[in-house]
Design a binder for this molecule. Structure first.
Ligand code: NDP
Length: 307
């Protein structure tokens, strides 16, 4: 027997949680499905310094406050690993891995992005044994050690800065000789005495001793010369891919897999919305995610109520 709602939100990051606040506060019978902990990328982020009204806060604290808010007006929080969404006349079907099916008049997809892997030998088998995609979660395991951060975007540089609170040295490895991160973050990194910047190199192989990571082979992109670095921790921050494989049957994705939406955050399929980092757009931030969540839920409310 399917469970019916006015609005089902897939993903409980900042976009999904904001949509839950707006949907339930407007009186929609709302459920939010999440397959992990609520908070999305927030719970993997140490410092948030661009959330208006709070000069500096911790990602986990902001996530916890948002979660309490998201369920305060009656939205249900449910476990669900969504594998497929089907369009329907009045109701969309949201199908979960365990066979549970939800039906909703509107669906807001706010599933965000997943960290991109380096796809080099030794990487996959050493996740949890030295290769980590979350400095906030795993940084403490490398206290007084030397680690490598791969990438030159905001994520890499912010997390490299964070890691210096516990490790002895962070090597940031970038493939060009310029960073992609915001200037303010670059300045912090350049001033940090514990950070060593290695330009024009790419990672080619993770070395281990059978139980944990012991090194990383990097290649100079100009000379092709390879160097082995001694390191116990490798943090790849080389970009993100949208978490949208369950939408492949619907014509709502661009060529990179991001959701294409209009100014109401609605896709080409009426009643199916995208919000937050999963959407094709330029600025992926907590504020832009929450904005999308509000817009999508408000428009869904208008559509459901025929306003
Ligand atoms: P980005 O795409 O911004 O940066 C990825 C980095 O990894 C680049 O330096 C890129 O190099 C490098 N890279 C990509 N592929 C490879 C590879 N195969 N081998 C080696 N290096 C590689 O990703 P982020 O995760 O940093 O950020 C994603 C989005 O989230 C961005 O829009 C960012 O601004 C935003 N963000 C904002 C934050 C904030 O405002 N506080 C915090 C974190 C993220 P190259 O430059 O040469 O392409």
């Amino acid at each position: 027997m399917e469970q019916r709602y006015d609005l089902v939100i897939v993903g409980a990051g900042p976009a999904g949680m904001t949509a839950a606040i707006y949907g339930s506060r407007a009186g929609l019978n709302t459920a939010m499905l999440e397959m992990g902990a609520p908070g999305g990328k927030l719970i993997k982020t140490n410092e948030i310094s661009n959330w208006p009204g709070i000069i500096g806060t911790n990602g986990a604290n902001l996530a916890s406050d948002m979660f309490a808010h998201s369920t305060a007006f009656g939205a249900e929080y449910l476990y669900g690993n969504v594998t497929k969404i089907e369009d329907g006349e009045e109701y969309k079907k949201i199908i979960c891995e365990d066979g549970t099916i939800y039906e909703a008049k509107a669906v807001i997809v706010a599933t965000g992005t997943n960290e991109r892997m380096m796809n080099i030998p030794g990487e996959a088998e050493n996740i949890g044994r030295g290769v980590s995609f979350c400095a906030v979660c795993d940084g403490a395991f490398f206290r007084n050690k030397e680690v490598c951060v791969i990438g030159g975007g905001n994520s890499a540089l912010e997390e490299a800065n964070y890691l210096t609170q516990m490790v002895d040295k962070v090597n940031i490895i970038i493939r060009r000789d310029v960073f992609r991160a915001d200037e303010i973050v670059q300045e912090q990194v350049k001033k940090n005495p514990k950070i060593n910047i290695i330009t024009k190199h790419v990672p080619v192989k993770v070395i281990d001793d059978g139980t944990r990571v012991t090194g990383l082979v990097i290649r100079n992109v100009d000379t092709n010369e390879e160097t082995t670095m001694d390191t116990n921790g490798i943090f790849p921050y080389i970009g993100l891919d949208p978490s949208t494989s369950f939408l492949e049957g619907l014509a709502v994705l661009d060529e990179r897999g991001y959701m294409v939406v209009d100014e109401n955050c609605e896709t080409a399929v009426k009643g199916i919305y995208g919000a937050g980092d999963v959407v094709a757009k330029k600025l992926r931030q907590v504020v832009t995610a929450t904005s999308d969540g509000a817009i999508a839920a408000q428009h869904a409310f208008h559509q459901i109520k025929g306003i």
